[in-house]
Design a protein around this ligand. Structure first.
Ligand code: SAH
Length: 223
C-alpha cells in the first residue's frame, strides 16, 4: 500500500465535521452536499506540505499558478447545480480534482476538462485512489466544451472567463443549468444560467474570485 493511500484515513472525522459545520453556518443547507464535503478527503488533493490546512475554508495554491477552490464556493456551486437534479455534468477546470470528487459522489457521470495536462494526470491519480469511477477526463480548452458528449444537464466552470463561452450555452440541455464565474481578474459574478428551450434565464448568486479561464491548452514542458 502506498504512503499516500495509508494517509487517506488519517484526518479525524472531527476535523472534517468542523468544516461541514462551518459551511452549514455560512448557509449551505443541502444535506447531500454537506455529506459529500464530509467524506471527500480534501487533504489528498493538496500538496503534503499544505495538508494540515486542507480542512480550513480557504483556497490553497496547487502549483502552475492555480488554486484548489475554497470549500464554501465548491459547496455553493454544487448546491446550486443540484437544484436541477442533473445526471450528466460537465466540469471545466479539473485542477486538483477536488470539485470533481464532490460532483462524482452526487451525480451519475462527470466529464471534466483541464488545459494543463500535468494537473489533469495528478487529479486522475487521486480520483482513482478514492475509487471515483464515473468520471471521464479530457485535456483540452474548456471554452470549446465537449461537443461529442453534449448535451449536459449541468455545466460547472471553476475558472473565470470574461464573457460566457457560447459553446457552453450550446451544449446545455433543455432544462439544464450552467454555473460559472464571469468577469475579469479580481472579483467576478457567480452566474447561474438556465436553459428553457431557446430562452436563457440568468441570475447572479454571489461574488467570487477565481483564476482566469485561459484560451488554449498549455503545452507540456520539455523538462
Ligand atoms: N475545481 C478546481 C479548481 C481549479 S482552478 C479544484 O477544486 O481544484 C481552475 C482550473 O481551471 C485550473 O486548473 C486551470 O488550469 C483550469 N483552466 C483554466 N482555463 C482553462 C480552459 N480554458 N480549459 C480548461 N481548464 C482551464
Amino acid at each position: 500500500m502506498s504512503k499516500r493511500l495509508e494517509g487517506i484515513g488519517m484526518t479525524s472525522r472531527r476535523t472534517r465535521m468542523r468544516l461541514v459545520d462551518l459551511l452549514r453556518e455560512k448557509g449551505i443547507s443541502d444535506e447531500r452536499v454537506l455529506a459529500a464535503i464530509g467524506h471527500v478527503p480534501r487533504h489528498i488533493f493538496v500538496d503534503e506540505a499544505l495538508a494540515h490546512r486542507a480542512y480550513e475554508d480557504t483556497p490553497l495554491p496547487v502549483g502552475f499558478g492555480q488554486t484548489i477552490s475554497q470549500p464554501y464556493i465548491v459547496a455553493l456551486m454544487t448546491q446550486v447545480l443540484l437544484e436541477r437534479a442533473p445526471k450528466w455534468v460537465l466540469e471545466v477546470g479539473t485542477g486538483t480534482g477536488y470539485q470533481t470528487a464532490v460532483l462524482s459522489s452526487l451525480v451519475q457521470r462527470v466529464f471534466t476538462i483541464e488545459r494543463i495536462e500535468e494537473l489533469q494526470l495528478r487529479a486522475q491519480e487521486r480520483l482513482r485512489l478514492i475509487g471515483a469511477d464515473n468520471i471521464r477526463f479530457r485535456v483540452g480548452d474548456g471554452y470549446e466544451g465537449w461537443p461529442a458528449e453534449s448535451p449536459f444537464d449541468a455545466i460547472l466552470v471553476t475558472a473565470a472567463p470574461p464573457e460566457v463561452p457560447p459553446a457552453l450555452l450550446d451544449q446545455l440541455a433543455d432544462g439544464g443549468r450552467l454555473v460559472l464565474p464571469v468577469g475579469g481578474e479580481g472579483v467576478q459574478e457567480l452566474k447561474v444560467i438556465d436553459r428553457r428551450g431557446d430562452e436563457l434565464l440568468t441570475s447572479t448568486v454571489d461574488y467570487v474570485r477565481f483564476v482566469p479561464l485561459l484560451k488554449g491548452v498549455r503545452p507540456v514542458e520539455d523538462t
